[in-house]
Design a protein around this ligand. Structure first.
Ligand SMILES: Cc1cc2nc3c(=O)[nH]c(=O)nc-3n(C[C@H](O)[C@H](O)[C@H](O)COP(=O)(O)O)c2cc1C
Length: 225
């Protein structure tokens, strides 16, 4: 009996040898794996990939930002409407920000761009991209942002979606527009990436992105439930 008691005491003492930080790790790991099981979607690296006119246009120094649609000036930097949402999403999720950038920049002349892009859609063009995601396979969740261009995604988004293997990943779309919302974009994403899960998207009028923080926060919370 005495022997059994001694063995029990020895086992208890050995069990207490782990440092507080080891215990913390154990607790943290257990907690996070539970969370992962519960949400099922928020358990991997997050990429916030977006396309905006700013970042894809060589604006002249003297750009009249007050009359130039889809340009916000923040800390003396030009920010695109969709980029503005991308920044909020990065703040909320801690995801990696990625600008989808074409090899050839677009014209800074808004009306000319609008005309030109009607033709690009009609021809189903695939503009070559200058930017590429490193270690794309590491990302499980991709917030995908774009402006509405002629009733759908800008053509560089088609190039982007065809470049990577999105199978078994989750795309959470967001967009800005002059009022048309997503138009055909969601159907096109599903068609281009049939093995992807597409969650409910967020669409904001381009002129209202600076008031959209609350909408962004609650939409991300829903996506993570
Ligand atoms: C080429 C082009 C086509 C557009 N077509 C549409 C459209 O069909 N429907 C719409 O609501 N807005 C349209 N817009 C407006 C943009 O979607 C809107 O200004 C958007 O917020 C711009 O985002 P950005 O600053 O991230 O580029 C178009 C803009 C451009 C430049």
């Amino acid at each position: 009996m005495k022997k059994i008691l001694l063995i029990l005491i020895a086992i208890i003492l050995v069990g207490c040898q782990s440092t507080p930080s080891e215990n913390m790790n154990t607790i943290t790991n257990q907690a996070s794996s539970e969370t992962q099981e519960q949400s099922g979607k928020d358990n991997g690296k997050v990429l916030v990939a977006y396309f905006s006119r700013v970042g894809n246009t060589d604006f002249p120094e003297n750009t009249d930002t007050s009359s130039s649609a889809s340009v916000i000036v923040e800390d003396q930097q030009l920010v695109g409407n969709t980029e503005y949402l991308a920044n909020l999403i990065v703040e909320q999720t801690g995801g990696d920000k990625f600008l989808i950038q074409t090899q050839t920049p677009y014209t800074a002349d808004y009306d000319a761009l609008v005309d030109e892009q009607q033709g690009a859609r009609a021809q189903n063009l695939r503009p070559a991209l200058a930017s590429h995601v490193e270690n794309f396979e590491d990302y499980d969740v991709i917030y995908l942002g774009f402006p509405n261009w002629w009733g759908g995604m800008p053509m560089p988004l088609y190039t982007f979606l065809e470049e990577y293997d999105f199978s078994h990943k989750t795309i959470i779309p967001f967009n800005t527009s002059g009022g048309s919302g997503f138009s055909n974009a969601i159907e096109d994403i599903q068609e281009l990436c049939p093995q992807v899960t597409v969650l409910d998207g967020l669409t904001i009028n381009g002129s209202q992105v600076q008031d959209a923080e609350d909408d962004v926060v609650s939409w991300i919370q829903e996506a993570q439930e």
